[in-house]
Design a protein around this ligand. Structure first.
Ligand code: SAH
Ligand code: SF4
Length: 352
């Protein structure tokens, strides 16, 4: 008989599973806490679970593990971690310390099925979705590293690593519940969690209806359909009009400001006219625009916007009343910056 993976069950499923073994509800709660809050992957360490039950669980179930396999620290303090999944895939996570917060950036898929032209992850094939427990593991392990290296826990979580979170909807939502839960998770406030998406309209709607008051970031990168489709193929099936309507809905439901991520690409989307187009997309709900410095990715034709163009772009937005700032890139020396995750893997593939 093949053993089942106990880390795949939500509370309800675990209850059913434990009931079949003749166990009472409180045992399920204890076990669920061990599995999530304390992330204990060894049945014999679950102290309040009686020995015979520990043995039974050991016989019937497995507890697959995600482990830190690569550790790199940048001159600016940023930490990049390679995680090895239970099936020997590699995913990446980053910890970005700043004055007032410690942010963990985590992956949602192995690779990505979308191929945004500027992004290193887009060059990798999507191998598989991550399970909720693997998303959770990244945060749990990055938190341990934050405590070890900065003597402070993580304060913020962003789903901005490898993959498109909203194309792994169910597992991402499960992971959000666990990260958020005080008793059966890490107790991270919804306001401190941000999911970044390339704009999957139907799932933005679902997320809005989920009742989780997390933040949403849209990777916008261009303010007209023509330009956006040129760099993000997903815009063909999820055009700006539909995106704007669904973001208005998300805002109505959560009252959380929407963040736009906008990489300034030299001579492509960084003119004053582009800024005027962008400002038009900031009228219907509260928006914050993060202007992102482009991080070079091998095999792409782009370069980063020049300082004068960047400044003029920012000023135009501000003149139109849009809150915005230019986001400094972190961890460049170790390829930990946005869109550079997987850069090394891509390089290896291009060379071979
Ligand atoms: N798939 C999701 C989340 C992962 S991408 C999404 O697209 O939103 C995380 C962020 O990194 C996105 O805003 C993405 O646009 C940005 N990014 C990708 N490549 C980049 C690059 N080369 N330089 C700077 N930012 C980049
Ligand atoms: Fe995938 Fe996001 Fe990169 Fe696009 S920007 S290829 S959606 S990870």
């Amino acid at each position: 008989m093949t053993k089942k993976n106990l880390r795949l069950f939500d509370k309800e499923e675990l209850t059913t599973e434990m009931e079949a073994l003749g166990e009472k509800k409180f045992r399920t709660s204890q076990l669920f806490q061990w599995l999530w809050k304390y992330r204990t992957l060894n049945f014999s360490k679950m102290k309040n679970i009686p020995k015979p039950l520990q043995a039974k669980l050991q016989e019937l179930y497995i507890l697959p593990e995600t482990a830190v396999s690569i550790f790199q620290q940048s001159q600016d303090g940023t930490i990049k971690v390679g995680f090895e999944t239970y099936d020997k895939e590699t995913i990446e996570g980053v910890i970005i310390p700043s004055e007032d917060r410690i942010t963990a950036c985590i992956s949602s898929q192995v690779g990505c099925s979308l191929s945004c032209t500027f992004c290193a992850t887009g060059f990798l094939p999507r191998k598989r979705n991550l399970f909720a427990f693997e998303i959770y593991d990244q945060v749990y392990l990055l938190n341990e590293l934050a405590l070890k290296h900065y003597e402070k826990p993580l304060t913020n979580i962003v789903y901005m690593g490898m993959g498109e979170p909203l194309l792994n909807y169910d597992e991402v939502v499960k992971s959000l519940h666990r990260l958020h839960s005080e008793d059966e998770g890490l107790g991270i406030g919804a306001k401190r969690i941000t999911v970044s998406t390339s704009g999957i309209v139907r799932n933005i709607k679902k997320l809005a209806d989920e009742g989780l008051k997390i933040n949403l970031a849209l990777s916008l990168h261009a303010a007209t359909n023509e330009k956006r489709t040129a760099v993000m193929d997903i815009n063909k099936s999820n055009p700006l009009e539909e995106l704007m309507a669904i973001l208005a809905y998300f805002y109505e439901k959560t009252h959380n400001k929407i963040t736009y991520e906008y990489i300034l690409l030299n001579q492509f989307n960084d003119s004053v006219e582009d800024a005027i187009d962008l400002a038009k997309l900031c009228q219907d709900f509260a928006v914050y625009v993060n202007l992102i410095e482009y991080n070079p990715v091998d095999g792409t034709p782009y370069s980063k916007s020049k300082k004068e163009r960047r400044d003029a772009f920012l000023q135009t937005l501000r003149d139109k009343g849009v809150s915005s700032k230019i986001r400094k890139s972190r961890g460049k020396d170790i390829d930990a910056a946005c869109g550079q995750l997987a850069n090394k893997i891509v390089k290896l593939q291009l060379d071979s």
